[in-house]
Design a protein around this ligand. Structure first.
Ligand SMILES: *Cc1c(COP(=O)(O)O)cnc(C)c1O
Ligand code: SF4
Length: 283
């Protein structure tokens, strides 16, 4: 669930960091704890890393934990892979427990496709390992790209996560011919909410060998938010559309709202094309 560009960038910067730590921001990092996924998604660059031995990195969890402990500015740790929920319950309990002991870590996020592709992984043992009431909350961001990926098993797994205090969000990838039409895009986001998953991001599909036929023009995601979501359905169903780049995630949202602005007023437009004015307060 991470990104190739970031990874390559991370390896060439000067600050010395363990291979497992990818840093783009001051207060948070991506921490890779495992290299394998449960499935290798057709649209993902990940399979390249599995095939190409030259790209093998050394993922040492204790080394990463030590780095985090030495960096008091890190308040948010995003655990990624591979798929971190493929680790055993014992390893996850160790990892989450150690992170929770670091005084400056305020929150933990786990990127995992398992609630969608292997919801059976959400067991009582897993809930014990990573759930429960703690001062350091856990979020799981999963990846669901099409309403057909949502099954009753997933619905149940999400409920189990929420009921032990784990928040669940979604990071979809925009895929041409899969979810880039207005109906599918809206249904995906409505259905996610219906099973209690909060849409968080929609990612522009990054380049990788053999996947150009899944890639859309860059603007497509913003257009879909404009035409399928904003004003057309529940506000909670609205993700942010982002491009994952080597300098961090860059949001690209629809730009039809503001038609005109000057010192005195703003002219705004809504999803139906209606306009209104609000006065501006000059500084
Ligand atoms: C995606 C990512 C994060 C988290 O970004 P948010 O916008 O806070 O979700 C942090 N570090 C790296 C390296 C990332 O790729
Ligand atoms: S689970 Fe995530 S990292 Fe693994 S192949 Fe699928 S999208 Fe890529």
């Amino acid at each position: 669930m991470d990104n190739y560009l970031v990874w390559k960038e991370n390896r060439s910067t000067e600050e010395v960091r363990p291979d497992s730590i990818a840093r783009q921001y001051h207060d948070r990092i991506a921490f890779t704890v495992i290299e394998t996924c449960a499935i290798y998604c057709r649209h993902c660059f990940r399979k390249e890393l599995v095939v190409d031995q030259d790209l093998k990195l050394r993922m040492d969890v204790d080394e990463g934990l030590a780095w985090i402990a030495e960096h008091p500015e890190i308040r948010d740790v995003l655990i990624t892979g591979g798929d971190p929920l493929l680790l055993s319950d014992e390893k996850l309990a160790h990892l989450i427990g150690r992170l929770r002991e670091i005084p400056h870590v305020e929150m933990i996020r786990i990127g995992s496709r398992l609630p969608i592709v292997l919801p059976q992984r959400i067991t009582e043992g897993l809930k014990k390992a990573i759930g429960g009431f703690h001062k350091v909350p856990v979020w799981i961001n999963t990846q669901c790209n099409h309403p057909k990926e949502i099954t009753e098993e997933t619905e149940r797994a999400v409920y189990e996560l929420l009921s032990c205090g784990i928040n669940v969000g979604n990071q979809a990838v925009l895929l041409k011919g899969i979810n880039d039409d207005v109906e599918t895009f809206r249904e995906l986001h409505q259905k996610l909410l219906r099973i209690r998953i909060r849409p968080y991001y929609v990612f522009y599909c990054e380049p990788a060998p053999g996947i150009d036929h899944f890639r859309t023009p860059v603007e497509k995601g913003a257009e879909l938010i404009r035409d399928a979501l904003r004003g057309h359905t529940t506000g909670l169903a609205q993700p942010m559309y982002v491009l994952a780049t080597n300098i961090g995630k860059v949001p690209l949202m629809p730009d039809y709202y503001m038609i005109e602005k000057n010192d005195k007023e703003y002219v705004l437009r809504n999803h139906q094309g209606k306009t209104t004015k609000i006065p501006n307060i000059p500084e």
